[in-house]
Design a protein around this ligand. Structure first.
Ligand code: ACO
Length: 194
């Protein structure tokens, strides 16, 4: 996704991590520059959030700048620094965060947990199935020090279920009443309690 301003001036790395302050890593400048930067970051987040919602057939975006500001979520943005005649383009977005959940295993045993969750994941429509999603997801796993099987996935689309199966061998999702999905290795083993 392209913007009228330079994405490369805003985001200095190919993958940037944002949190509630909406300040990109490496920012330096005065108050006015900060205000301008946060406005541009908000525009990027809102546009990517809208596009993600559209791609998932949702009536409202899950991700907006306001919602990020009022959360402890992390938002990873993938940047193609060569695109748009060197101004750069944002090609992917992945939002994670912990949620307090009740989850049931296949036997009906329930657990109260606060796992890291995949909350919103989107690769630009023109770039899907070219490995960008894997790149972004791998970066997040490494930064958060987590295995995919230990994450809960919020309302996964068929594409995301396919993605997790293809890249991480996750299959036979255990679907929850709260619309989250987990996989068999998610649950603590009985021996973990000893
Ligand atoms: N149909 C079926 N499977 C797909 C599709 C598709 N159109 N697109 C991606 N996949 C899965 C497949 O397993 C595919 O492997 P294959 O091409 O060999 O079949 C694999 O993902 C490709 O891996 P990447 O190229 O690394 O993934 P991509 O860059 O496409 O990113 C993503 C995956 C984020 C799911 C992307 O396809 C996308 O944005 N889809 C639309 C929005 C969406 O559904 N997001 C997830 C919503 S649920 C949530 O966010 C919690």
């Amino acid at each position: 996704m392209e913007f009228k301003f330079s994405v490369n001036e805003l985001f200095k790395q190919p993958i940037v991590e944002l949190n509630q302050n909406l300040i990109p890593p490496g920012f330096s400048g005065d108050r006015r520059a900060l205000w301008d930067t946060v406005n541009k970051v908000s525009e990027v987040i809102n546009a990517m959030g809208e596009a993600s919602a559209k791609a998932q057939g949702l009536s409202k975006p899950i991700t907006t700048a306001d919602r990020l500001r009022n959360s402890e979520h992390r938002l990873y943005l993938l940047v193609d620094q060569q695109a748009n005649s060197g101004k750069g383009a944002v090609t992917g977005m992945l939002k994670t965060g912990s949620k307090g959940l009740y989850v049931f295993d296949r036997e009906g045993q329930h657990y109260q947990v606060s796992p890291p969750c995949v909350l919103d994941f989107y690769v630009h429509d023109t770039r899907q199935r070219t490995g960008l999603g894997k790149r972004l997801f791998e970066h997040m796993l490494q930064k958060e020090g987590i295995e995919p099987v230990k994450m809960a996935i919020d309302r996964p689309s068929e594409k995301l279920l396919g993605f997790l199966n293809k890249h991480y061998g996750l299959h036979s999702p255990v679907k929850q009443m709260n619309n989250y999905v987990v996989y068999d290795g998610f649950f603590p083993k009985a021996s973990d309690n000893n």
